[in-house]
Ligand binder design. Structure first.
Ligand SMILES: Cc1cc2nc3c(=O)[nH]c(=O)nc-3n(C[C@H](O)[C@H](O)[C@H](O)COP(=O)(O)OP(=O)(O)OC[C@H]3O[C@@H](n4cnc5c(N)ncnc54)[C@H](O)[C@@H]3O)c2cc1C
Length: 460
């Protein structure tokens, strides 16, 4: 069997690359290990409850997120954040502290001390760093805005997005725009003010989903791709040959492709390319992804004391809780819980507590129930309780991550026609994966066009 492009991995990244290349007229085959496409984007219906095992939101701030929803005809199924989402919460001294929505909400709340708020403004007067060395997100934020801001705002945020620790993540990799603002204006706050005046976008997010959950996206992409998506197939090996690649599909035979896009998790990509591009293989191997667990609870509304009037809550490491944070799923989007019930999800593990993510389901449910009892006053037995374990969770963008991605972005220079894509390049969000996928598809398209040009010239 032969194809123009073999895309290995049928998560959102792989499907988006395949969709883009198909629209450009190439013959594409997606090879997915699981029986269904979608990867981490998996929605489960539990009676009238809707659980997201992985992602639950799309960030409309990344333009491609809205574009793809329209392009695929999914706008009529879109759900915006519910009216009940009025604030976000951070855990403070064992209680939920309300933070108004909006990027600067923490300045108008009482969550930070007065001294900490003043310290943020010191960023306007502090000297900028003279070297360009990478530093941790915590070091950068503490240096510019003070330790309290770093520990009480940034650390929970990094736990919520990456399941990681601000004290281990690279600021160059996850907040490159903040580093650039410091470099250009000498102050991040000043830089943001300038950008705002110039009409630039403030960093942030505008979240949406679809009525039947996030899996609507991969399902629709897979429908558009039709027979080009082959599930239940594990790619064992990629070997370059004279006119492309031979792909070993184990008992399912072999596939020949002119180009290959590896769209798996980083550790799988590392194994698949180790022989053909040892440099990139070694780089991908360095990306660590600690386990995560998601505990979904459906609870009668009357059993929860808290108004659940927000997105959910996050915890800083200093709070020493068993969970990284939680979402108020039924407040965020309609259709997540039946009448008279609410749905909440707890996120457990990550770099802070990988051992907790490996606990058996019953222990995880007990842990989540205890946390929800303390923090939102959830009493009694849940109507529904479900756990999903992610043995390999979200990729950690540690110090030096930028260097790693530079190696991974240039596979095509060392092995013509080989490309990587996924959530370890520019951020883990589905929307960012879509953006990276578009760039990867364009690179693969250019490769195929160049190869075609060379062939045509050869014939002439
Ligand atoms: C618990 C959790 C919550 C999250 N919440 C959000 C959120 O709210 N919003 C958001 O935007 N993002 C969120 N994310 C992040 C987002 O879901 C992921 O970063 C994104 O879905 C990754 O997509 P992907 O296609 O790159 O990788 P994956 O979804 O991991 O897909 C990779 C695919 O490759 C396949 N594969 C692996 N090896 C092989 C092989 N040898 N042969 C064939 N196929 C193979 C796998 O089976 C898988 O389907 C969350 C993630 C998790 C885990």
């Amino acid at each position: 069997m032969t194809t123009d492009v073999a895309v290995i991995g049928g998560g959102v990244s792989g499907l988006a690359v395949a969709y883009d290349l198909t629209c450009r007229g190439h013959k594409v085959t997606v090879l997915e290990r699981q029986e269904h496409a979608g990867g981490s984007a998996f929605t489960e219906h539990l009676g009238d409850f809707l659980m997201e095992r992985g992602p639950s939101t799309m960030n409309a701030h990344v333009p491609v997120a809205e574009q793809i929803s329209s392009e695929l005809g999914l706008d009529t199924e879109r759900c915006e954040l519910g009216d009940g989402v009025r604030r976000r919460y951070l855990v403070s001294g064992g209680n939920l502290a309300a933070i108004p929505m909006g990027p600067l909400g923490f300045l108008t709340s009482n969550y930070l001390s007065r001294l900490a708020k003043l310290r943020i403004l010191a960023d306007l007067f502090l000297p900028q760093r003279s070297d360009c060395k990478d530093e941790t997100v915590m070091d950068f934020c503490s240096r510019r805005f003070g330790k309290e801001f770093g520990e009480r705002i940034i650390d929970p945020m990094v736990a919520g997005i990456y399941g990681g620790r601000a004290s281990e993540m690279s600021v160059l990799a996850i907040f490159p725009k903040l580093v650039a603002l410091e470099k250009k204006y000498g102050s991040v706050v000043l830089g943001m003010m300038h950008r705002r005046r110039e009409g630039g976008k403030m960093p942030g997010s505008r979240l949406f989903s679809w009525r039947n959950g996030i899996a609507t996206l991969p399902r629709t992409l897979a429908q558009h791709l039709g027979n080009a998506v082959r599930t239940g197939i594990t790619v064992r090996r990629i070997s370059p040959c004279i006119d492309g690649f031979n792909i070993d599909l184990g008992s399912q035979g072999r596939l020949h492709a002119k180009s290959v896009v590896v769209a798996t998790q980083a550790h799988v990509a590392a194994q698949l390319i180790a022989e053909i591009d040892p440099q990139a293989g070694a780089a991908a191997q360095r990306i660590h992804a600690p386990p995560l667990a998601v505990v979904f609870l459906g609870i009668p509304r009357r059993n929860v004391a808290h108004p659940l009037d927000g997105l959910g809550f996050l915890t800083s490491e200093a709070e020493n809780r068993g969970i990284l944070g939680a979402q108020f799923c039924s407040t965020m989007f309609a259709g997540r819980a039946p009448e008279g019930h609410v749905a909440v999800s707890a996120y457990i593990g990550g770099t802070r507590a990988p051992h907790l993510a490996r606990l058996p389901a019953s222990d995880l449910i007990d842990l989540a129930r205890l946390e929800f009892r303390d923090l939102i006053g959830a009493a009694g037995d849940p109507t529904v309780a479900r756990v999903h374990h992610w043995p390999v969770g979200l990729p950690q963008y540690g110090i030096g991550h930028k260097k790693i991605t530079e190696e991974l972005e240039t596979t095509d220079r060392r092995v013509k026609g080989l490309f990587l894509t996924g959530n370890y390049f520019a951020g883990p969000s589905v929307a960012t994966c879509l953006s990276v996928a578009r760039e990867t598809a364009l690179a693969a398209h250019n490769h195929l066009e160049n190869a075609r040009g060379i062939q045509t010239r050869g014939v002439a």
